[in-house]
Design a protein around this ligand. Structure first.
Ligand code: ATP
Length: 309
C-alpha cells in the first residue's frame, strides 16, 4: 500500500506545485492531463475560436477561493474584446496570477462564469482551452536540450525555417547565430545559461510558433536591463497584435498602450480604464505611476531592493 501511496503522494505534491507556477505550465501539460482534479464533463466540446483576431474573454461576476476559508477574488467582472490587450496591475497577492490560472481552468470558480467567445470554460475540453492560450511566463524554464528544440517545442513538427523565422521575430536569431554551435547549442541547467531577457525571448519565439488565439504575458518581476526591457516591450506589441492578450504587469511603463488596464486590490477590481483615463482619475493607479516615475517602487509596492531579491 505504502509503495502505491508514495508515488501518488509525490504526484499530488508535484501537481499542486505545477498549478501554482505558471512558469513551466506548458511543459507539464501532458502530466496534468494524466492527473486532473478538474474533469471535463462528458458533453464537453472543443473550444471554438470564432473571431479572427483571437477570442473574446469574459469574466462575469467571478468569486473564487483556493480554500473555503479564504476568498481570493470578489465579483471580478471584465471583458477583453477580441484582438485587444488588457493589462492587470496591483500589489503582490492582489490576485493577478489567479486570473490567468482560472483562464487556463486550473480551478473552478465558486460564483459567476468565465467564457471565451461565449463558451463557458466548464463546458469545453481543457485540452482545447490550453491549446488556444499561449503563455510567456515570468521565468521561462528551459529544457536541457538544444536551443532549436526549446523554440520548436511551441509547435510539434515545426521546420527549421519556421524556427528561424520566429527567432528572428523575437530578436534572438543573431544571438543564437553568434554561439559556437548556433541552433544546436545546449541550453538549460546543464547547458548554456541564458539571461532573463534572452530566456524571455526564447519564450516569445516559442509562443509565436504556437500562434495562439489568446496570449498571457506574465511580465518578469525582476528588473531587466533597459535594453532588454525595451526589446521585450517592442516584441510584446508585436505578438499581441491580432490576438487577445492579458498582460500581468509589474512595470507600468510596459502597459501605457494597453486598451484596458485593470487595477486590482485584495481580489477586487478597484479601477479600470486606459492609462490616460486612470491618470485623470487621480486614484490608486495615478499614485502607482507617480511612485514608479520617481523610481521608488514598482507597481507591486516593492522597493528597488525588494525587486532585486
Ligand atoms: P504577485 O504579483 O506576487 O505574483 P498576484 O497578484 O499574482 O501576486 P496571486 O498569485 O493571484 O497574486 O495570489 C492571490 C492570493 O491567493 C494571495 O494571497 C495568495 O497567497 C493566494 N494563493 C495563491 N495560490 C494559492 C493556493 N494554491 N492556495 C491558497 N492560496 C493561494
Amino acid at each position: 500500500m505504502l509503495q502505491l501511496y508514495m508515488p501518488l503522494n509525490f504526484l499530488g505534491v508535484l501537481y499542486r506545485e505545477i498549478k501554482q507556477s505558471l512558469a513551466d505550465m506548458e511543459k507539464l501539460f501532458s502530466l496534468l492531463d494524466q492527473n486532473q482534479e478538474i474533469a471535463d464533463p462528458v458533453s464537453a466540446k472543443p473550444l471554438m475560436i470564432k473571431h479572427q483576431q483571437g477570442g473574446e474573454i469574459v469574466f462575469n461576476h467571478v468569486d473564487f477561493s483556493y480554500e473555503s476559508k479564504r476568498q481570493i477574488l470578489f465579483d471580478v467582472d471584465f471583458k477583453i474584446a477580441a484582438g485587444t490587450t488588457t493589462a492587470v496591475v496591483g500589489h503582490s497577492g492582489s490576485g493577478k496570477s489567479t486570473l490567468s490560472r482560472l483562464l487556463f481552468r486550473f480551478y473552478d470558480i465558486q460564483a459567476g462564469t468565465i467564457s471565451i467567445d461565449g463558451q463557458d470554460l466548464r463546458q469545453v475540453t481543457q485540452a482545447s482551452v490550453r491549446a488556444a492560450i499561449g503563455i510567456v511566463p515570468q521565468d521561462t524554464v528551459l529544457f536541457n536540450d538544444t536551443i532549436e528544440y526549446n523554440i520548436g517545442y511551441g509547435k510539434p513538427g515545426a521546420t527549421k525555417e519556421e524556427i528561424v523565422a520566429v527567432a528572428k521575430a523575437a530578436y534572438i536569431h543573431e544571438f543564437i547565430e553568434s554561439l559556437p554551435d548556433g541552433y544546436q547549442s545546449m541550453v538549460g541547467e546543464r547547458g548554456l545559461k541564458l539571461s532573463g531577457g534572452e530566456k524571455q525571448r526564447v519564450a516569445i519565439a516559442r509562443t509565436l510558433l504556437k500562434n495562439p488565439a489568446i496570449l498571457i504575458f506574465d511580465e518578469a518581476t525582476s528588473a531587466l536591463d533597459s535594453r532588454s526591457e525595451q526589446m521585450i516591450q517592442t516584441q510584446l506589441k508585436e505578438i499581441a497584435r491580432s490576438r487577445t492578450s492579458l498582460v500581468i504587469a509589474h512595470r507600468l511603463s510596459t502597459i501605457v498602450d494597453a486598451h484596458q488596464i485593470l487595477v486590482m486590490d485584495n481580489g477586487r477590481i478597484i479601477e479600470r480604464g486606459t492609462h490616460q483615463e486612470l491618470l485623470n482619475l487621480q486614484g490608486a493607479y495615478a499614485q502607482m505611476w507617480e511612485r514608479q516615475q520617481t523610481g521608488i517602487t514598482d507597481n507591486d509596492g516593492n522597493t528597488e531592493d525588494e525587486q532585486l531579491q
